[in-house]
Every structure is written in structure tokens, then in C-alpha cells.
Design a protein around this ligand. Structure first.
Ligand SMILES: Nc1ncnc2c1ncn2[C@@H]1O[C@H](COP(=O)(O)OP(=O)(O)OP(=O)(O)O)[C@@H](O)[C@H]1O
Ligand SMILES: O=C(O)[C@H](O)[C@@H](O)[C@H](O)[C@H](O)CO
Length: 177
């Protein structure tokens, strides 16, 4: 079997808790890298969206099939030799391992911020299903990238353009930074 991807083909998960900027940064990062963008919120089954909208956090069982779909979507792009950026919370190490099992070339961009900044961002937006009340559960679930995971951490307390420039230059520099 030949591998049609190149090491440069970006296969990226923009991860982090609710309100960290995954959708905003993910779409712009994809545009800068010249690849497609998918929001994993659009891959959740309706039951998951309804659960979060009612103020109840998802559990591992809720997330498992969704993470498998995220991994399969990345794998499909990678196998075609196409790049893809997906915005996906990927909060726990084992969630990321599920994605990596399907898409071993994936790299994670963790959008990291303080609770204060995150709460201000989620409170500042309208028309989103995710209540700010779930932020604490998101933060309690979050496991930071371990040193052996492929990825980078970016501080969200800066303008969008600087976040993109920081992420692009560090992604181009190598598997982790
Ligand atoms: N660097 C930034 N500076 C200022 N505002 C930002 C920045 N990044 C994102 N925002 C704003 O913060 C809010 C949250 O961003 P966004 O919806 O992209 O986060 P998210 O991680 O996709 O959230 P969720 O996972 O809950 O869908 C939005 O109103 C967005 O416009
Ligand atoms: O794993 C999860 O709990 C979910 O993916 C959430 O993170 C939301 O879908 C997302 O953040 C939108 O608000």
C-alpha cells in the first residue's frame, strides 16, 4: 500500500473547552493552510446537542461514537492526500488517542485560556447551544497535551490574527513546539 499523503499535508484538530475559539480559529487556520475545515459540533448526534443545550455535560459514552466519526473524517482526508482542520474539543487524552488511532498523522492545536477569558467569550456570544454553566465541567474534564502527544499549545488571550500566525509558524516548524 502506498501512502499518498506528504508530511506537509495538514491534518489538524483545533482543541479546547467551549468558548476557547475552536470554530473561529479553526476556520481561519484552514484558510491560511489552504485546506478544508469541519466543525465537529456538526458531527454530534442531535441527542448530544440536546443534552448540552439542557445544561448536562456529555459523558464518555456520549462522546465515543462522535470521536470515532471525527477520527474517520480525518483519516478519510489523509488517505486522499487532502489536508483538513477539524474543530473538536478532544478534552481528554484518551479521546485524542481514539482520534490518533484512526488518523495517526493528526496534530493538535490546543487553544488554552483562563476561566475568566473563557467565560467572557462564552457570555459574549449569542445563539449558541452551549450554556456558560457547562464551562466548569469542560475545564474539569480537560487534560492538557502530554509531552509525547503531537501538538502545540496556543494562548487565546491575544488577537485572532496573532493566534493564527503563532499556530501556523509553529506547525510549520515541526511535529511539536
Ligand atoms: N482571540 C479572540 N479574541 C476575541 N474574541 C474571540 C477570539 N477567539 C474567539 N473569539 C470569540 O469568542 C467566542 C467563542 O469562540 P468560538 O465560538 O470560536 O469558540 P468554540 O471553542 O468554537 O466554542 P464552542 O466549542 O462552544 O462552539 C466567539 O464569540 C468568538 O467570536
Ligand atoms: O466534548 C464536549 O463536551 C463537546 O464537544 C463540547 O466541547 C461542545 O461540543 C463544544 O465545545 C461546543 O460548545
Amino acid at each position: 500500500m502506498t501512502d499518498s499523503t506528504t508530511p506537509e499535508t495538514p491534518i489538524i484538530v483545533v482543541m479546547g473547552v467551549s468558548g476557547s475559539g475552536k470554530s473561529t480559529i479553526g476556520a481561519l487556520l484552514a484558510r491560511d493552510l489552504g485546506v478544508a475545515f469541519t466543525d465537529a459540533d456538526d458531527l454530534h448526534p442531535i441527542e448530544n446537542i440536546e443534552k448540552m443545550a439542557s445544561g448536562v455535560p456529555l459523558d464518555d459514552d456520549d462522546r465515543r461514537p462522535w470521536l470515532e466519526t471525527v477520527g474517520a473524517t480525518l483519516a478519510e482526508a489523509s488517505e486522499r492526500g487532502a489536508g483538513l482542520v477539524i474543530a473538536c474539543s478532544a478534552l481528554r487524552r484518551r479521546y485524542r488517542d481514539t482520534i490518533l488511532a484512526s488518523a495517526p498523522k493528526v496534530r493538535f492545536v490546543h487553544l488554552h485560556g483562563t476561566r475568566e477569558v473563557l467565560a467572557a467569550r462564552t457570555e459574549g456570544r449569542t445563539g449558541h447551544f452551549m450554556p456558560t454553566s457547562l464551562l466548569d465541567s469542560q475545564l474539569a474534564t480537560l487534560e492538557a497535551l502530554d509531552p509525547d502527544e503531537p501538538g502545540i499549545v496556543v494562548d487565546i488571550d491575544q488577537p485572532v490574527g496573532r493566534i493564527i500566525d503563532d499556530a501556523v509558524s509553529r506547525l510549520r516548524a515541526g511535529p511539536s513546539a
